[in-house]
Design a protein around this ligand. Sequence first.
Ligand SMILES: Nc1nc2c(c(=O)[nH]1)N[C@@H](CN(C=O)c1ccc(C(=O)N[C@@H](CCC(=O)O)C(=O)O)cc1)CN2
Length: 297
Amino acid sequence: MSARRIDGKAAAAEVRASAGRAAAFFRATTGRAVGLATVLVGEDPASEVYIRSKRAACSEAAMESLHHALPAETSEADLLALVARLNADPAVDGILVQLPLPPHMDAARVIDAIDPDKDVDGFHVVNAGRLAVGDPAALVPCTPLGCLHLLKAELGDLSGKHAVVIGRSNIVGKPMAMLLLAESCTVTIAHSRTRDLPALAREADILVAAVGRPEMVRGDWVKPGATVIDVGINRVAGAEPGKTRLVGDVAYAEAERQAGAITPVPGGVGPMTIAMLLRNTVVAAHRRQGLAPPEGL
Ligand SMILES: Nc1nc2c(c(=O)[nH]1)N[C@@H](CN(C=O)c1ccc(C(=O)N[C@@H](CCC(=O)O)C(=O)O)cc1)CN2
C-alpha cells in the first residue's frame, strides 16, 4: 500500500491566509502594517529566489517587507551596523538575515546581534534557550515549526510516540527535537556517528530526516505505518544532460511503500518554512505592541 502524501503547499496556504488575517487585525488595531526587514548579502541565486518568495508572501499577506541587498564584499562590521539600525527601527517587527552568509562573515555573531524579540527566524541563542526551557516567548525556527504543524495535522496528539530526528543542526535538528519533546514524544537525535542508523530509524513512529544527503534514508529504514518528514532539499543531476532535479533526504519511491504518511520534495516541508516566517513575524509584531497574538496562529 502507498503512503498518504502530506500536502505542504496546501497546509502552507492555510497558515499564510491565517497570518494575513492576523496582519489585517494588527493594522486595524495599531494603524500600521506588520514590518519584516529582509537582508541578503551577495548574489547566491538560491538565496535570491527564497528572498523573492518571502517578499511576495509578505505582500500577499498585506505585510510590509523592507529589503536590504548588500554586496558580497560587505564587511561584517557594516552588516552588524545595519542590524543595529533595524533593531532600533520601530517600524520593523521582524529581521531576517538570509543564510548562508559569505565565508568572511561569522553567521552566529550576526544572528546574535539581532534583537531576540525581532528574530523571526528563531535562530538567536536566547530563542534557542527559550525553546529549550518551554518559555512561550520563544520565536521558533520556521522549518521545524512547519514540520510540527504538518505532524499535528496528520497525527493529532503526538504524546508517547517515538520520534527519531536524523540531523543535529542548530536550525533544524535540535529545535525539531525540542518541539517533539514538548509534545511528549520520546525523542532520539541521530547523526553521522550514530551506530546502526537503519535499525534505529526502523523504531520510529515519526521519522524526521534533516541531514542534507540526497536520498540517504532508504525504504527499509521506515517502520510500516510510520510518518516520515523529509526536510532535505538537494539538487541532483537529472535524467537529461545538463538538467537537475530536487530530491529530499529520503528515497521517496521506496519509503512511500512502507510509511503511513510522507512529505514529498518539493511541495512538503519547504513551503511551510515561508508560511511560518509570516506567522512568526505577525506574532512578533503583536508581542512588541503588547497585544496577544490571535488564537490558533
Ligand atoms: N535566514 C534563513 N536562511 C535560510 C533558511 C531560513 O529559514 N532562514 N532556510 C533555507 C532556505 N529557505 C528559506 O530561506 C527555503 C528553502 C526552501 C523553500 C521551499 O519552498 N522549497 C521548495 C522547493 C523550491 C525549489 O524549487 O528550489 C519545496 O521544498 O517545495 C523555502 C525556503 C536556507 N536559508
